[in-house]
Design a protein around this ligand. Structure first.
Ligand code: GAL
Length: 364
């Protein structure tokens, strides 16, 4: 009879468990790059080009102080990530909107099939202005490796009313002025918000745009989805065919419901929007909306999250839904406001129940 000494069995088990760990990125833990440092790419997205995965995100300073810009990590297997440095840098030029000290959040990169260009959209807050600017920026590069060239920063859709606003809706919106409402959350204020008070206020200079994502539809049309109107209402903005500007066509989603962290997927002809509430860095329960057309109408559903900490989106906040074929990954950040660079990543598969409704179940 063959006999294994006890310690060989232990060694074998240890080897197997190490091999298993090699093929896992447990959500909510430290994910290291080739230098053994936590992947410093937050609020971002992943694209797959050729045999490489490109992961872009906010590079938060590891030592405190201003953020360096947008980072890129690459991988062949989505497990082993290689730090490729900063692909969009904040700059010394004080006349540039992305001067050092500005805040770049939720960068997203997609390839534009019409120009073969890689387009980056991001949320931009100007240096020293807190979150008041509520702008977004465009940058691009002929290659997914970057570097990306900053093109411009603006507030979307200046001078444009939402697509579904008829003459009477415009008049109603124009009839409200924020200065006439001392308190938020009164029934009359909520009605004014629903009727587009902030759309009217920002019509001339462009609509506010904070948390944002980009979604490319099957027909190659792209949309920016952003938290607008003082974070009270989401806007879905159609991008031009080169993805470097807005067509001016947009709709409002869930007016007054305060959604942030928008992420979007399309499955079997239905659009699913998964968002968070607005509690800053603190996690809250995810929300979900569906529609048969990107232009709505959008219907609210319960949170798709299941399992421990589902009520706080697993202590995270969504940043993107990565799709490959019929597989979807919900990407989220578990923010560590005192050390944003170390915020753990949470990636979980999205499955669909018997009715085709997305489900995100916690997996260790
Ligand atoms: C969160 C938002 C983050 C960041 C943060 C700042 O609600 O999703 O991207 O802007 O607020 O407090």
């Amino acid at each position: 009879m063959l006999r294994f000494p006890f310690f060989s069995v232990i060694l074998l088990l240890l080897g197997l468990s190490l091999a298993a760990q090699e093929s896992l990125l447990p959500p909510g833990t430290v994910w290291t790059d080739q230098n053994g440092l936590h992947v410093n790419a937050h609020g971002g997205n992943v694209i797959h080009v050729g045999d490489t995965y490109y992961w872009y995100g906010e590079s938060r300073s590891r030592v405190g102080g201003p953020m360096p810009g947008v980072s890129l990590y690459t991988s062949k297997d989505m497990l082993h990530w290689h730090d490729c440095g900063i692909v969009l840098s904040t700059v010394a030029d004080t006349a540039c909107p992305i001067q050092r000290g500005c805040v770049i959040e939720r960068p997203k990169v997609v390839r534009c099939p019409h120009t073969d260009n890689y387009v980056m959209l991001f949320h931009l807050e100007l240096k020293g202005k807190g979150y008041a600017a509520a702008m977004m920026g465009f940058a691009d590069s002929p290659s997914p490796e970057g570097p990306f060239t900053f093109r411009r920063a603006l507030r979307p859709t200046a001078g444009k009313w939402p697509m579904d606003f008829k003459r009477k809706d415009r008049k109603l919106a124009r009839g409200h002025r924020p200065e006439d409402y001392k308190d938020w959350w009164t029934p009359s204020w909520e009605k004014a918000v629903r009727e587009g008070m902030y759309v009217a206020r920002d019509l001339k200079g462009g609509q506010m745009s904070r948390d944002q994502t980009i979604f490319v539809d099957d027909d190659g049309k792209a949309y920016q989805i952003s938290s607008s109107e003082e974070n009270l209402t989401l806007h879905i903005n159609e991008l031009t065919s080169d993805y470097m500007g807005f067509t001016g066509r947009y709709v409002r989603v869930a007016p007054g419901e305060m959604n942030e962290a928008p992420t979007l997927l399309k499955h079997n002809g239905t659009y699913w929007l998964i968002t968070s509430g607005c509690t800053g860095w603190a996690p809250n329960e995810a929300r979900m909306y569906s529609a048969k057309s990107i232009w709505g109408p959008w219907t609210r559903h319960p949170s798709p999250c299941r399992g421990p900490k589902a009520k706080t989106t697993f202590d995270g906040q969504g940043n993107y839904i990565f799709r490959q074929g019929q597989r979807f990954i919900f990407m989220a950040d578990r923010w560590q406001p005192k050390k944003l660079s170390e915020s753990p990543h949470i990636w979980l598969p999205i499955t669909f129940d018997a009715e085709g409704v997305p489900v995100i179940e916690w997996k260790d």
